[in-house]
Unconditional design. Structure first.
Length: 555
């Protein structure tokens, strides 16, 4: 580098000629344009490179957390565990040649969108973003393009491609009608805009979900801090009471894919069991964002062979009964499936407010096809443990889940006494909600006249509520007092298992599993008598006779 580029701190690193006896005189006689060599590579920008923006790192990590979601893969997978918001299709911000692109297209860049969120002239480069992602968020990745990501996405992309193809062929033929060509081009562009709006809607909803859960947790931490104060002044007590009235306890509810037992996850699975019917266990998870706790409910197929409104409401009702008595507001986030979003769930919320248990209950349902919540992270850990262990009984499954989710989680084995026939109870008092499929946000509270009503809107993060009354014109009924008479056990609603499945289960337990683990409820169809073997020492004939005796068991 030139002499005039050398700073005062770098003079000591200048390499002088070996033959020069007076280094100072040599340095003073050098011209400013003379080239000199340094022992240490010069530091640019006061020791900081262009992409050194450590002060922006916390903001970047928060931005990634707020714009990502679990993809359901098990922990330990080589692939990404979290996908970024589906609106992002690249990390790099637009290049100089792409400055004329539409703003909506530019905002599909992760770096561009993050820089827009910063104040002033602060920004990061593409290299900085990639370096931080690799170092701090190695399991986060751009969401892959999938035609079946959701029905809406698939339809828009299919129609867009179809219209573009028709317009292109009409132009290539040379005899196409100009109006028809422009019509198909306009339609293709319209479907593209609709797809972008759909993705933005899903992204905004996810952001609203993150904001709500973080706000709920922050308020509860403030409450805990005030409660732990040894000496409280009057102001502290007033603040504590105000926070308790204000806080909204927020939950994520979802079902995991059913787990079949017996399951060989560690030991090799016997080939004969591959086509035999196994016992299904439905898993329901509740994420308590406010208390930072988890609850997992395990429901055997013998109790109820399908997921329905009764099971969903029973699980949610069981959990909220254990909340602090001062809680007045609830917010439930669920996917848009019929198992969760149904008339009876709304009516159950109305009954809780009618009884005075809560002041408001809000139910938010995600955009169909984009419902990834924190419950997926819980299920990911359970699936990973299940896939790598032998699970031969429901007790095994309960123990496995407990060991996976502890210390912040609990696992409950559900019996027929715990499942309530809510459909029959609620039908006595409430009517059906009109146009429920068109709404995704339901707020249940009392109106200005003191009546419990449902406020509905089509979007969770914006829009105006419309009001509906569902209470029938009947005398005051206390439905809670009738619950004991409406359990599945009391009403004889146990589903049981088919005779064919019982035969299959008995065959697996009798032939391949330790008799100690055989379920007590599984009937013994036929005792297997093994003939005596005359040989007094081990032989292959002994094994042949044993196998032949086992195969005599009727199918």
């Amino acid at each position: 580098m030139r002499k005039d580029q050398v700073s005062i701190d770098q003079i000591c690193d200048v390499v002088s000629p070996v033959s020069e006896p007076n280094v100072l005189a040599w340095w003073m006689n050098l011209e400013n344009s003379s080239i000199v060599e340094l022992r240490i590579f010069p530091k640019l920008h006061d020791g900081k490179s262009n992409n050194h923006k450590e002060s922006l790192l916390p903001f970047f990590l928060d931005f990634i957390d707020n714009n990502s979601q679990a993809n359901g893969r098990r922990v330990g997978s080589h692939g990404a565990l979290y996908f970024l918001n589906s609106k992002f299709d690249r990390i790099n911000e637009p290049s100089l040649s792409e400055t004329d692109k539409p703003e909506q297209w530019k905002r599909r860049s992760l770096v561009y969108e993050f820089n827009r969120s910063l104040d002033g002239n602060k920004r990061i480069s593409n290299g900085t973003a990639k370096k931080w992602l690799k170092k701090y968020k190695p399991k986060h990745a751009i969401s892959p393009r999938k035609t079946d990501y959701c029905e809406m996405c698939a339809e828009c992309m299919e129609q867009k491609k179809r219209c573009e193809t028709i317009a292109m062929r009409l132009q290539q033929n040379g005899n196409g009608n100009e109006d028809e060509i422009h019509e198909n081009q306009a339609l293709a562009e319209s479907y593209g805009l609709l797809l972008e709006e759909h993705k933005i809607d899903a992204g905004n909803e996810l952001r609203h979900y993150r904001e709500q859960t973080q706000k709920s947790r922050a308020l509860y931490q403030h409450i805990e801090k005030l409660q732990k104060k040894r000496v409280k002044v009057e102001k502290d007590n007033r603040t504590l009471q105000e926070l308790k009235k204000k806080i909204v306890f927020t939950f994520s509810l979802d079902y995991q894919q059913a787990m079949l037992i017996p399951h060989w996850g560690f030991s090799p699975q016997p080939g004969e069991t591959y086509y035999l019917r196994k016992l299904s266990n439905n898993i329901f998870g509740i994420i308590d964002h406010t208390l930072e706790k988890n609850a997992v409910y395990v429901l055997e197929e013998r109790v109820c062979n399908t997921k329905n409104a009764d099971t969903t409401i029973s699980f949610a009702d069981n959990y909220i009964q254990k909340l602090p008595s001062w809680v007045r507001h609830l917010c439930l986030f669920m996917d848009n499936g019929a198992t969760n979003k149904n008339q009876f769930l709304i009516q159950w919320g109305m009954e809780l407010v009618e009884r005075g248990d809560y002041d408001t209950i809000r139910m938010c349902f995600f955009v169909p096809g984009h419902a990834k919540s924190d419950a997926d992270r819980l299920f990911s850990g359970i699936s990973h443990a299940f896939n790598n262990n032998d699970v031969f009984s429901t007790d095994h499954l309960i123990t496995l889940i407990k060991n996976t989710i502890e210390p912040t989680g609990t696992c409950i084995h559900v019996s027929s006494h715990d499942i309530i026939n809510w459909k029959s109870i609620l039908d006595k008092k409430y009517t059906a909600l009109k146009e429920i499929k068109q709404h995704r946000d339901f707020l249940i509270k009392r109106n200005s006249y003191g009546k419990v009503v449902v406020y509905c809107k089509s979007c969770c993060y914006q829009g105006e509520y419309s009001c509906q009354e569902l209470r029938k014109d009947v005398n005051r009924l206390d439905l809670r007092s009738e619950i004991e008479n409406f359990t599945y056990k009391a009403r004889g609603m146990n589903q049981g298992l088919s005779q064919e499945k019982l035969y299959d289960l008995a065959e697996m337990y009798d032939k391949f599993i330790d008799p100690v683990l055989r379920p007590k409820w599984l009937p013994v169809f036929q005792a297997i008598e093994i003939p005596r073997v005359t040989a007094s020492f081990p032989s292959s004939e002994l094994a042949r006779q044993h196998r032949a005796a086992l195969k005599k068991k009727p199918k």
